[in-house]
Design a protein. Structure first.
Length: 188
């Protein structure tokens, strides 16, 4: 009987080992996929939660003028006041629209979403979330005096940023409208 069991094990061990290996690979892959789904869900929630505030519009927390070389050395640039708006773009908008809070609000909201194309997009779902928020910001911008292309150029002002924005659009997909009002802050 012992010989019979050894004989069976000799023939059965390789299929059992292969099945065990495949099971381990499948579990590892599924764990990775769940982590990736969780990471995407968190990023999408963060994208939809990022809003400008009245303090951003009124300039209560304006950042200092950044060193341009240091600012342009990285993709994200400098955001000393941590409001999601790159400091050089924020200051340029305040300089261009010093007395027009409505246009300033729309422009700040729009450049925030343009910055998200550079820093938040890593797959189709995150691109979709940014595009929805960008659409909302674009609708808010319609009632202002701001120029879309000028605002885009404020954000995509280096070759690295232009290339990254182009690369983000490799994840392009259809999308609907983001929920909520078009403008984060209504200024009259």
């Amino acid at each position: 009987m012992k010989e019979f069991l050894r004989s069976v094990w000799r023939w059965a061990r390789w299929p059992v080992l292969v099945l065990g290996f495949l099971y381990a690979v499948l579990v590892g892959f599924r764990t990775f996929m769940l982590f990736d789904e969780e990471k995407t869900a968190e990023a999408v929630a963060q994208i939809h939660a990022q809003k400008i505030t009245l303090a951003d519009i009124t300039g209560q927390n304006l950042p200092p003028v950044p060193d341009q070389a240091e600012n342009d050395a990285t993709l994200a640039g400098i955001d000393k006041n941590n409001n999601g708006i790159r400091d050089d773009a924020e200051l340029a908008i305040f300089k261009k629209y010093p007395n027009d809070k409505k246009t300033r609000a729309a422009a700040l909201q729009y450049v925030t979403t343009e910055q998200m194309y550079l820093t938040k997009v890593f797959n189709t779902e995150t691109w979709k979330a940014v595009a929805e928020e960008n659409g909302r910001a674009g609708l808010c911008l319609l009632d202002s005096k701001a120029d879309w292309e000028e605002l885009k150029s404020l954000v995509s002002n280096t070759q690295l940023r232009k290339n990254t924005r182009t690369k983000a659009f490799e994840f392009i997909t259809s999308h609907g409208d983001a929920e909520g009002t078009t403008c984060d802050v209504l200024v009259f």
